[in-house]
Design a protein around this ligand. Structure first.
Ligand code: FAD
Length: 452
């Protein structure tokens, strides 16, 4: 037992969890194959974090590209793992990897399951976020964004979408719909600073006055909620938009109302009251209904894992081994089949694929590194040397009937995008279509290796 040897590992997903895990694995002398759905690495750091947050995005981008150059790491971009995808998890497991780390994030979408969700103008937050962050194919989709938009949810994703609607789309009104009260909002003051100048403060104050008696009965201080908003003003970003931003508290959507063209015309809301249950504040419907006239509704209520990936899942998450063999700080990184009650030996989980919508890049990074610690303990239990042959794996993956992007292609792409940004005098330029990225990649391949 415990042969300390180099292992062959597949990391599926090149977001922060996957890339920082790959770095850790490579530093431990393991051979890592990163397989990523998108051409470019970064996941939500590239295609989720708000586009104008140049400092954090650029800093992360540089780290990711530098990690991928590690000689122990191979990169296979534009390759999707899953049922009915380019390669199934089953197929991948047969290739000879000693372990597979799944860091695919939370690509599934959570809906409330109410009537009208299929109407034109009803979207999930991720589609809009991917769109304004220029991830193909979402980058080129046409979204039906009307003048009046409701966003369901009051977290930081809602704030990013509100920011896009206010500053880029300049819609008339953006109304965030909160199931609970002002004390339960999940967005941070920092995110509020970007749009607080568009907040209808009179409306906010009258919402507070409306819910104050209920807050008082729960021991909450309504004044604190007003203070939280006011504290965003000293660092508030200037606005060039007349959009009006409002937050409507204590209401749950029950139905999207459409017209004869199947377009949204209103959202039906049920009024809620709040009850305290075991230290959590829960919303309870009162049966009182009202309509808010809107043209577009965006659901920012969290994410789910991809149910077609090929791993067992339960209520939005992949199933983890409830009694982990290699717990790290009490957390299980091991995949588990609840039907056969068996551990899926060689498959580990990290980042948003382990726990959906869980925190910022720093959390995902730490989670990737922790998962590697768990894998390291697993490797110590393996009796035989690595069963993987990196040359066979490489030739198999490269010969999939698909254009695969490698780490050299990535540097050429990054160089071209930086060149265009400089020519245009902008901070960042991104190709919005895979075809354009492949055209740069192919030109570069020809220039490196011209045909005789
Ligand atoms: C709107 C929004 C704004 C955010 N803003 C911030 C911020 O300002 N600051 C901050 O620190 N954090 C922010 N975050 C959080 C941060 O982006 C996440 O914490 C982090 O990206 C999660 O990392 P991950 O690696 O687990 O997943 P992801 O970043 O989602 O990466 C998953 C990767 O897996 C790949 N993949 C998916 N499915 C497959 C498949 N089937 N086969 C192969 N590859 C696949 C994807 O292409 C992607 O590269 C934001 C998140 C969102 C949604």
């Amino acid at each position: 037992m415990g042969i300390n040897t180099s292992r062959c590992v597949a990391v599926v997903g090149a977001g922060p969890a996957g890339i920082f895990a790959a770095k850790e694995l490579a530093n431990n002398n393991h051979k890592v194959s990163i397989i990523n759905r998108d051409i470019k690495p970064g996941g939500l750091a590239e295609y989720g974090i708000y586009p104008t947050k140049h400092k954090i995005k650029d800093g992360l981008r540089k780290q990711f590209y530098s990690i991928i150059t590690n000689e122990n790491i191979s990169y296979y971009g534009n390759l999707v793992v899953g049922e009915n995808a380019d390669i199934s998890l089953k197929e991948l497991r047969k290739l000879g990897f000693d372990a597979i780390l799944v860091t695919t994030g939370a690509q599934g979408t959570k809906w409330l399951g109410m009537p009208g969700e299929d109407l034109k103008g009803s979207y999930h937050a991720k589609d809009i976020v991917y769109h304004f962050n220029q991830l193909p194919p979402y980058s080129t989709y046409e979204f039906h964004i009307g003048k009046r938009v409701a966003i369901i949810g009051v977290g930081n994703v809602m704030m990013d979408i509100a920011r896009f609607l206010i500053s880029e789309k300049q819609v008339e009104t953006v109304t965030a719909i909160a199931r609970r009260g002002p004390a339960e909002v999940k967005f941070t003051r920092k995110e509020l600073e970007y749009i607080v100048k568009n907040l209808d403060m009179d409306d906010y104050q009258s919402e507070i006055n409306r819910v104050a008696p209920l807050m008082n009965t729960l021991g909450q201080d309504p004044f604190e909620s007003v203070k939280f908003i006011r504290e965003a003003y000293p660092n508030a970003e200037e606005t060039n938009s007349n959009s009006v931003f409002r937050i409507k508290f204590l209401v749950s959507p029950v139905k999207l109302v459409g017209n004869e063209n199947k377009e949204i015309v209103a959202i039906e809301l049920e009024e809620n009251t709040l009850v305290r249950e075991n230290d959590t504040i829960k919303a309870r419907g009162t049966g009182q209904l009202s309509n808010l006239e809107v043209d577009t509704v965006i659901f920012a209520i969290g994410d789910a894992v991809d149910s077609n990936f090929g791993l067992p899942f339960d209520r939005n998450e992949f199933v983890k081994n409830p009694k982990p063999r290699f717990p790290i700080n009490g957390t299980s990184y091991e995949s588990f089949d609840p039907i056969s009650l068996k551990i899926i030996e060689d498959v580990f989980l990290a980042g948003w694929a382990r726990k959906t919508s869980d925190g910022l890049v720093g959390n995902a990074r730490k989670d990737g590194v922790n998962a590697v610690q768990a894998m390291q303990l697993y490797f110590e239990t393996l009796e035989n040397p690595s069963r993987g042959n990196i040359d066979i794996i490489t030739s198999f993956l490269q010969n999939k009937h698909k254009k695969i992007v490698n780490k050299f292609d990535l540097s050429a792409l990054l160089a071209e995008e930086s060149k265009i940004a400089t020519q245009k005098g902008i901070e960042n330029f991104k190709f919005a279509r895979n075809e354009d990225m492949f055209s740069v990649i192919e030109q570069n391949r020809v220039s490196i290796n011209p045909s005789p």
